[in-house]
Design a binder for this molecule. Structure first.
Ligand code: FAD
Ligand code: SF4
Length: 470
């Protein structure tokens, strides 16, 4: 119930939209959260204290005006809230669904310690979903079109962030992607139970109405040459992600039955969406004992996809403890509820089997001194080896940069770990060593988050506007 006082945060507990029943969650590839009811969204938003110095805004990578749009939501001004939300974020309805809020905005909320953080992510999703349902579209009536055109390579969150800034400033973005739909990993990576594909399909129509042109099924370097794009366009933005799978470097990784995470996830999406080109791409784990190696978002997605495919058992082995897992706590909890068994402090040392995988040898670990990122290193305990039986092993150790070979032809420099060098600072934000070429997202910072890719794409968009003197 909506209370007209300043102590809403005490009288109304933190509340999330309810989750669907476990029967549906363990079988269906649909989002697990029911939509917020208007009254609940409004009442939750009203819990915000409107702190003078809102830590949530600082911790949010795109620095959303969180208390301001929460106030608009609690007052029922959905369309104004959507307009404001889009001033800082290109894909608020996506971030509301997939950001690890417990580590970002909600983790920094003043109420987090004692009363439960404001449900910022669900409110952000609610605002844009509801505004779209009401027919809202970004207001482009004041845009003064220029004659400038920018090629964007990659329709992932970085490319879309860049396109958003450019088109709102009258520069025509033409976005190239090798896939048949926009979204990058949002479409071909993150499963439907976190983000249904209709969300990005709707966004494509919104972007097209704004004036963004998409050239899909077009791979730069194969279907169109980069040198031609450099000649045709006033600037180019690279947002091509990172796609080299990290390996464990232990024996048995090439045995049949061992798969990298992303081909498994992409093939599953392609089958669900009817986008499958070759049915042999699909990796079925139905009726099998699956071991997933890793502790990040990709590992959680493999766990939960395996459950939905009907695996006999799904075990997730991670080399640190639960507190040191890199992924979102919410998704670990969701995986547990859906029946995934977690084995913490287990490091794989060998995949065993004759003609195909039969099990995985792991060693127990203890946490030692912090590494260069401040996370404590797992140290193997002598004599603690055990074999976990498995028919399928899914490897989710993360990604390394996969720079296109043609980058050197256009004088784009890479750093020691093969990421594109595109500094955040002036003169032009996210400009590469080729002045006409800008870059952002995973291919610059290494694999990270949707919201950081959006932020870098938007910053690069501003850098391009400055470079084009607009
Ligand atoms: P991408 O999303 O990878 O997009 C790059 C695009 O470039 C792709 O569409 C690709 O087809 C295109 N491309 C590449 N080369 C070419 C070329 N030569 N020509 C044409 N097109 C090209 N982050 C979160 O915040 N929350 C999550 O829950 C989460 N879950 C994840 C789950 C999985 C399984 C994975 C793999 C990642 C997850 N992430 C999550 C991370 C997040 O998806 C990425 O950090 C983000 O998508 C990076 O955005 P990007 O635009 O840099 O690259
Ligand atoms: Fe929180 Fe992500 Fe939204 Fe920022 S973009 S407010 S971090 S959910």
């Amino acid at each position: 119930q909506r209370l007209n006082n300043n102590f809403q945060f005490v009288q109304v507990e933190r509340g999330e939209p309810s989750k669907k029943g476990l029967l549906s969650r363990t079988r269906e590839f649909v989002e697990i959260y029911e939509p917020f009811e208007q009254k609940d969204a409004s009442s939750q938003a009203h819990r915000c204290l409107d702190c003078g110095n809102p830590y949530c805004e600082w911790k949010c990578p795109v620095h959303n005006y969180i208390p301001n749009w929460l106030k608009l939501l609690s007052d029922g001004n959905i369309l104004e809230a959507a307009e404001l939300s889009h001033m800082t974020n290109t894909l608020p309805e996506v971030c509301g669904r997939v950001c690890p809020q417990d580590r970002l905005c909600e983790g920094a909320c003043t109420l987090n310690q004692d009363f439960g953080a404001v449900t910022i992510g669900s409110a952000e999703k609610f605002i844009t979903d509801t505004a779209f349902a009401m027919g809202w579209r970004p207001d482009m009536s004041n845009v003064k079109w220029t004659d400038k055109r920018v090629a964007i390579i990659g329709a992932g969150p970085a490319g879309l962030g860049c396109a958003d800034i450019l088109v709102r400033n009258g520069v025509k973005p033409v976005v190239f992607d090798r896939y048949p739909e926009i979204g990058g990993l949002l479409t071909f990576g993150i499963p439907e139970f976190k983000l249904e594909k209709s969300v990005m399909q709707n966004r494509r129509r919104v972007f097209e109405d704004m004036g963004v042109e998409f050239r899909l099924n077009t791979e730069v370097g194969k279907d169109v040459e980069m040198t031609a794009l450099l000649q045709e366009f006033d600037a180019v933005f690279l947002g091509m992600g990172t796609y080299t799978y990290m390996k464990g470097g232990f024996p048995g990784e090439n045995l049949p039955g061992v798969y990298d995470a992303l081909p498994f996830l992409i093939a599953n999406v392609n089958r669900n969406m009817g986008w499958e080109k070759d049915s042999s791409d699909f990796i079925s784990v139905a009726g099998k004992r699956v071991v997933v190696l890793g502790g990040g978002d990709t590992a959680m997605d493999c766990n939960r996809t395996s459950i939905r495919q009907g695996a006999e058992a799904v075990v997730c082995a991670y080399r640190r403890d639960e507190a040191n897992m890199p992924g979102s706590r919410r998704e670990v909890q969701n995986a547990k509820e859906e029946g995934v068994e977690f084995l913490f402090n287990r490091q794989p040392i060998e995949i065993v089997g004759n003609d195909r995988v039969e099990g995985i040898k792991v060693v127990t670990t203890e946490l030692g001194e912090p590494d260069e990122k401040g996370r404590r290193r797992p140290v193997p305990v002598a004599g603690s080896e055990e074999i976990l039986p498995a028919d399928v092993v899914l490897i989710a150790f993360g990604f390394q940069p996969s720079p296109a070979p043609w980058l050197s032809d256009i004088d784009v420099e890479l750093n020691s770990w093969q990421g594109v060098i595109a500094p955040e600072e002036q003169p032009y934000k996210f400009q590469t060593s080729n002045p006409k070429v800008f870059a952002g997202g995973d291919m610059v910072r290494g694999s990270d988050l949707v919201v950081t890719a959006i932020w870098e794409g938007r910053q690069a968009g501003e850098g391009i506007l400055d470079y084009l003197e607009i």
